[in-house]
Every structure is written in C-alpha cells, then in structure tokens.
Design a protein around this ligand. Structure first.
Ligand code: NAP
Length: 464
C-alpha cells in the first residue's frame, strides 16, 4: 500500500505518515456505509441530534490538541488554530443541527379532498466528502454534520496535508456513539477518489478545493447520474466607498487579506478604493500590514505562519514579481520580516499598488499573503472591475450607505455579498459560488436540499 507523507511547512519534517487504503479497504468502507445507512436512515432526528451534538463536544474537549496538530500539519499560528474548532466549527455544526428539523420536515401541499399528499426529504444514501487542508475542519463540517443529520452515511477523504482531521472526526463520532459505518474515512490517491466516485454505492460528492481539483471530480461524476457540490476557489474583491469608516475598513481588510497567510477561499485578494480616500486607505493598510509577525507558528507572538509548502510561496512570489515587472509598486520591504526566506514556505506579506487587470495578481487566485489595491472613480467602475473575474465567491462593499450597498450588491456576480464585513461564513446563509467558484451550496436550510432527494407521497384515501 502506498504511503502518504505529510510534510510540515514549519521545518520540512515528516509529521505524519499514513498508508493509503487498498482495494479491500475501499470495498469494506462502501459495504459498511451502505449497510449502516439502511439502519441510520430510520433513526429519529432527536437521536441524530444527540449524537452529532456529542461529537461536537468531543471536538471542544480536544480543541487545544487539535490546534497543535493543525499548526504542525498546515502552519497556521498556534494562537489561532484551536479557534477553528471553538468558533467557526462549533457555530456551523450547532446551527446545522438546530435547523435540521425544519429543513427535513415533510413539505405539505394544498389540501385535496380524498387525497393525502406530501413530499418527503429522503436521505440520498452514501455521501463522499473530499476536503482541503486550508480550513480542514471548517470546510468539512459544512457537509459531514448535515449529511449525517439528514440520515446519510459519510465517507471522508481528507487532504494529504491534513489526514489527522479525518481521524479526529472518527474519534469524535466514536465518542458520541454513532453506529459503526455511518461515518468512515479513507486516505486515498487521486485515482482512487475517481474510482470511489465511479462506484454505484456513492450517491453524492461534496468537494471543496481548487478549480483544477473540481474539474477532476466533475469528470468522475459525469460518468454517473449523480451530482456533486463543488466549492472552489475565489479572487474576492472589496470596494471601499468614499463614505466608508476608514479605520474599520483597513482593519478588516488587512485581516481578510492576510489571515491564514492569505490561504482562504474567501480571503481578500483585490481592493478597489474610491479616489477621494485612496491615499489615506493605502497608508493605513501598509502601516497595519507592517505590524504582522512572520515566523515560527508555535511562537505565541507569530501572526503569520509559513505557507503550506514552498511551491505555494514560490507561486505567490512569482505573481508579485511579474506584477512588479509590469509596473506595479511593492509597498512592503520584505526585509522588515526577517523570517522571510525565498525557497521556503515563509513569505512576507505584500501590498501592491499601481496594479491593473492585465496582471495575474489581479485575476488569478493567489492564495497567499498578497493583495493588489486600485483606485476607482465611482461605483460603476468598481462594479465593472469586481465583475471582471472568472470567479464569484464573495465580494464586499465598505460604506455607511445601506441603499447604495444594496444597489451595488444586486449587480455583483457573487455567491455572497457583504457590507462592512468579509472572510466569514454565516451558517444561516447559503454558502455558494458562481462562475469558476463552483456549484451547489452548503450551510443554511437550503444545504439540506442537496443532501436529500424529494420523494412524493400521493395517496387516494378510501372513503368510508
Ligand atoms: P485541492 O488541491 O483541489 O485539494 C482539495 C481536495 O481534493 C484534497 O483532498 C485533494 O487531495 C483532493 N484532490 C485534489 N485534486 C484531485 C484530483 N485531481 N482528483 C481527486 N482528488 C483531488 O485544493 P487545496 O489546495 O487542498 O485547497 C485550496 C483550494 O481550495 C483553493 O483554491 C481554495 O480557494 C479552495 N477552497 C474553496 C473553499 C470554498 O468554500 N469555496 C473553501 C476552502 C478552500 P490531496 O490532498 O490528496 O491532493
């Protein structure tokens, strides 16, 4: 069986080694998933809720250890990693558990004399979740918990960078008393992922990752009559209007650009600022960026860890170099960040001005600690530039004028539109993307529609 190695971005050491599943392990997982789901689908919602809530309790009890593992696996500073569990993971899991009753209730239709008619939301069967490393719990929880709440079995393939996350889910569900087979994980190669999707026992694929990965998953799905949710990349824009609260916009957009070293699907990658406040905004943005501390993520002072791997840092640096060669101005001297080392995953944050849309840094996903800032004359120009993208995950406007924000929001091609907020998923709202950012949705009551199929009951009741 091939061994997969997780190389820690911190020091290049092998942090975890795991054998990938062989054909027998895959067959066993599929068999047990189908068998377990037949029983699980008949459990009450109250029982599912109790078990999923207990699983969340496991995560909270172990948040610090999980945080340490996460820092080793993907390099995010230790001061933040346990919060992935304590904040977003907990919030999303609990919300999706809380709305399951409403979302899964039978759909009543108009009364018709002599008939009983309704639409039931039947579980799909076995849901295959393929998850990325960048927010390994936040992304997977969006599918794992609601899939199980809806009466499905789940098989999780986590990223090679973060295999321990899959194992933590297994430990949590065991702690919670979930019947064996309802949740399982497999460490798989890409070829095996396609084979699993090709198996008739898989009923749905929930993929989160890159556009390239999304295409591979879509190709595998296309051989069957199933669908999948694809949550893919972004190039998320922000527009700062002249009437914005400048300090608030700077603070939030710097965080949105650089948290997790910019490795966030909905991180801020391009900013358009009204010309009246452009100079002030750029000055404030640069000053705050310089306060970041790049270095060993286990140092509690560190706010910027290494990127996930050297090739990712090299890709981002190349985007910066190309933009500069095309006329952009780099506003941060990397020497201010002594840990910055070319040829390693440690990359200083960068702010580029004098950028335009002929530059890759303004059009291709950077997924790194760089942001381009452009001056715009008015709302129309900002809207045109925000929409000039192959992606459409989130977009934000910074203003005090709700009506103006609404008018702009209606014209933006995006899955989520924010006003005075960014880089956040509200579990009550549908998480979705347009264009190359994907298809389908997770979170909110609407997510349950993808994890169930409608079954119509149409019964002519005998008259007595
Ligand atoms: P990725 O390389 O596409 O990997 C995501 C998952 O898919 C991993 O488990 C990976 O396995 C698997 N995978 C990748 N290529 C595959 C293929 N050809 N066949 C089968 N499986 C494949 O993405 P990533 O680097 O982990 O994550 C970063 C990307 O995800 C960014 O583009 C980011 O914007 C996007 N993302 C989107 C969202 C969202 O909600 N829209 C959230 C988070 C991240 P291995 O690890 O074994 O390669």
């Amino acid at each position: 069986m091939p061994i997969q190695k997780t190389i820690s971005p911190i020091d290049g050491s092998v942090y975890v080694e795991r054998s990938q599943a062989d054909a027998a392990a895959i067959e066993s997982a599929l068999f047990h998933a189908v068998t377990a789901q037949k029983m699980w689908r008949n459990t009450s919602l109250a029982e599912r809720e109790a078990i999923c809530t207990k699983a969340v309790e496991y995560f909270l009890l172990h948040a610090d250890e999980i945080g340490t593992e996460l820092t080793w696996q993907m390099g995010r500073p230790i001061r933040y990693t346990a919060n992935e569990i304590r904040r977003g993971f907990q919030e999303r899991a609990k919300y999706m558990i809380s709305v399951a009753g409403k979302a899964l209730a039978d759909v009543e239709v108009e009364a018709l004399s002599g008939f009983k008619r309704f639409i039931r939301r039947d579980p799909l069967g076995v849901v295959f979740v393929v998850a990325p490393w960048n927010y390994p719990y936040l992304t997977s929880v969006n599918s794992v918990i609601p899939a199980i709440m809806a009466g499905n079995a789940v098989i999780l393939k986590h990223a090679q960078q973060t295999p321990l996350c899959a194992e933590r889910y297994a430990a949590a569900f065991e702690y919670a008393g979930l019947p064996a087979g309802v949740f399982q994980y497999l460490h798989l190669s890409h070829e095996q992922v396609a084979e699993v999707i090709g198996d008739s026992r898989i009923d749905y694929v929930a993929f989160t990752g890159s556009v390239e990965g999304g295409h591979a998953i879509q190709e595998a799905i296309n051989k069957r009559f199933i669908v999948g949710g694809l949550e893919l990349g972004g190039k998320d824009p922000a527009y700062v209007r002249a009437d914005a609260d400048l300090a608030d916009a700077v603070e939030n957009l710097v965080d949105g650009a650089f948290f997790n070293s910019g490795q966030s699907c909905c991180g801020i990658e391009r900013i358009y600022v009204h010309e009246d406040i452009y100079d002030k905004f750029v000055k404030g943005f640069i000053a705050l960026t310089k306060t970041y501390v790049l270095g060993d993520p286990f140092n509690p002072e560190t706010t910027l860890g290494p990127m996930v791997r050297t090739s990712a840092a090299t890709f981002t640096q190349k985007q910066i170099d190309q933009a500069v060669a095309q006329g952009a101005k780099a506003m941060i001297d990397p020497d201010l960040f002594p840990a910055n080392k070319p040829g390693t995953p440690y990359l200083a944050p960068q702010v580029l001005i004098d950028v335009n849309h002929s530059m890759g840094v303004m059009t291709e996903e950077s997924f790194g600690p760089v942001v381009g800032i452009m001056s715009v004359k008015n709302d129309e120009e900002a809207i045109r530039l925000m929409n000039d993208s192959q992606y459409g995950l989130t977009a934000s406007v910074w203003t005090k004028d709700l009506d103006a924000a609404m008018q702009i929001g209606e014209k933006i091609e995006t899955g989520t539109f924010f006003m005075n907020r960014c880089d956040y998923l509200d579990p009550a709202l549908a998480w979705t993307g347009v264009k190359n950012s994907g298809r389908g949705c997770t979170l909110s009551v609407i997510a349950y529609e993808s994890l169930t199929r409608p079954k119509s009951f149409h019964m002519k009741v005998p008259v007595r």
